[in-house]
Design a protein around this ligand. Structure first.
Ligand code: ZN
Length: 572
């Protein structure tokens, strides 16, 4: 390749300009309608097309068929402009000619009519570099130049220009060129040049060019040479000294899995890179994940990771050892994963509280106070992990106690019956083993409510926990002293008194249905788990409650009275 791509593919017409549609349209209209100003200011990022636009605009002003938005490119004026040798297009770089004397020369120039063209066009690049005196000298001419003079000022930093300059020019702000447009342009060039490429490699090049087409094209030039005419991800990342996205994928997988051994391994690989660049690449990687809506990275987790990355930057600025900051950053992310688990636990606890508050008002209103868990037990409960079969708590007895507490909370009689009759044996691999000493009323109660017991077992020990009944030679657990005063257990059990709150979709008939379905779940084997034998007798009384609620007469009454709440009591 003999010519740099940026030069070879420099736009020659307004329609060739990439990513600056509104500017090229406005300028084209001004040319076609002959509504031309005498001074223009083009501001924007370097490589965003300011100089190219200035040159096309100059050519359009001078074309023999012009001024026109479509210069012919064939007349002498156009040809000279395209070859950069038009005597009436005067380009000046204010970065090197910034003194008042340079401006005085320029002003002197404006006094003479154009040699061959219609106008004399002065393009002053990096105009913000002019000295204060130079600006002042320019002001007067800028305000009232001879009618054959046009000024095009270009700057990357318009804020450094005096307000007097800004107010005397038509200001066009050049946007950063959008990445997809840059990529499309790169693809077009490579296809024209007949060079093979990987689309991901162009993505990386466009990213590194940060919206500057010229910079990106320079990188592409390099990449073509470096990759021996096959532009692929491996060579581009190597050339730019950036990290392969696949490596980042693996690195973050290790963080998500809290695999500290692997993280240490990857940190060794990262020692070859500039720490700040690694942190930038990690931020970009996470941004991509957010945009892709990757389920592995919840927005909350991304926010934490971003914060950690942001904290790493000032540490680097303090001239701290880059590798140390990187290690710290990654291990902080692992810590953040733990916080995520705590969040999940809090959520689970809140959901549990919502369920208990919403549904079981009857039991809560029962005269028997639920035993208050000791502060220590409460603390343990708060710290216990969310039910998860993969991470059993070492102390399963505590979980068993929690199960008892939950049953008490739900139904004091049931809790009491359970505590008196069921002996904890062990928990392993998702199987909870217990021995049953249930007799008489306790046995009946446990059998009826086995669905509820099983529900809480799953809640405390994790979904999918199986219950295994084992034999025990131990004596039954001691009787529990409670404040039971009157009535038979039947009266207090929810099977005989269903408090159905119709305003809540969670309860009322649905509540009964829910309970009913749990009880219906009680098959021979399961019931055997609490009672120690098999029986098919005793259809649930809660089932009856459901039937009552579905009775057409009850439905009619409900309709007539607009009942919000239906209480079913057994006749004693
Ligand atoms: Zn022409």
């Amino acid at each position: 390749m003999s010519q740099a791509l940026a030069l070879k593919y420099r736009p020659k017409r307004f329609e060739d300009l990439i990513g600056q549609d509104s500017i090229s349209q406005t300028l084209a209209m001004a040319l076609d309608q002959n509504r031309l100003g005498h001074a223009y200011l083009f501001s924007g990022l370097r490589g965003s097309g300011k100089t190219s636009t200035a040159r096309i605009f100059s050519k359009a002003l001078l074309c023999e068929n012009g001024p026109t938005s479509k210069p012919c490119d064939s007349c002498e004026q156009c040809r000279m402009a395209n070859e950069g040798r038009h005597i009436d297009i005067i380009e000046m770089d204010a970065a090197s000619s910034r003194k008042i004397d340079d401006i005085r020369d320029l002003i002197e120039h404006t006094k003479y009519k154009p040699s061959v063209g219609r106008y004399k066009v002065f393009i002053i690049d990096e105009v913000h570099m002019l000295t204060k005196e130079a600006f002042n000298a320019l002001l007067k001419t800028l305000e009232e130049p001879p009618e054959f003079v046009k000024f095009i000022l270009a700057t990357t930093d318009p804020l450094k220009l005096p307000a007097t300059i800004l107010s005397r020019t038509q200001h066009f702000r050049f946007k950063k060129i959008a990445k997809p447009l840059v990529i499309k342009h790169l693809e077009h060039i490579l296809n024209t040049e007949n060079i093979a490429f990987e689309p991901e490699a162009l993505e990386i090049l466009a990213r590194s060019g940060s919206g500057s087409l010229r910079d990106t094209l320079t990188l592409l030039d390099q990449a073509i040479v470096y990759s021996k005419s096959h532009v692929d991800v491996a060579t581009v990342t190597q050339m730019l000294g950036i990290i392969d996205p696949e490596f980042l994928e693996k690195l973050f997988d290790a963080v998500l899995q809290k695999d500290e051994r692997k993280i240490r391994e990857y940190l060794k690989d990262l020692e070859n890179y500039e720490a700040e660049m690694v942190i930038d690449e990690m931020s970009l990687f996470l941004k991509e994940k957010l945009l892709q809506n990757d389920p592995k990275f919840s927005p909350m987790l991304l926010e934490r990771f971003y914060r950690i990355l942001a904290e790493a930057k000032p540490l680097l600025a303090l001239n701290t050892d880059g590798d140390f900051v990187l290690s710290l950053t990654l291990f902080k992310m692992v810590e953040a994963m733990n916080i995520k688990q705590i969040d999940e636990m809090i959520e689970a606890l809140e959901a549990e509280l919502r369920m208990e508050n919403g549904k079981w008002k009857t039991e809560r209103a029962a005269p028997i106070p639920a035993p208050t868990p000791s502060p220590a037990a409460e603390a343990k409960q708060a710290r216990a992990p969310a039910p998860d079969t993969q991470h059993p708590t070492p102390n399963n007895e505590i979980r068993f106690k929690k199960l008892i507490e939950k049953l008490y909370d739900r139904n004091a009689d049931l809790g009491k019956a359970f505590e008196e009759s069921i002996e904890f044996v062990g928990y392993e691999d998702g199987v909870l083993s217990w021995a049953s000493h249930a007799e008489g009323e306790n046995r009946e109660l446990l059998k009826t409510h086995f669905g509820i017991v099983r529900h809480f077992v799953q809640d405390v020990f994790g979904v999918g926990t199986k219950i295994q009944l084992v034999k025990s030679d131990n004596p039954p657990p001691p009787k529990v002293e409670t404040a039971v005063k009157n009535g038979t257990p039947n009266e207090r059990s929810p099977s005989s008194s269903t408090d159905a709150d119709l305003s809540s979709p969670e309860s009322d008939a649905n509540g009964a249905t829910h309970t009913g379905s749990m009880v219906e779940d009680v098959d021979c084997n399961n019931a055997g788990c609490v009672t120690g034998n098999c029986s098919e007798e005793e259809p649930s009384k809660e089932h009856d409650a459901k039937e009552i609620l579905n009775d057409p007469m009850v439905k009619k009454a409900q309709e007539l009275f607009g009942a919000k709440k239906i209480v079913i009591r057994s006749k004693v």
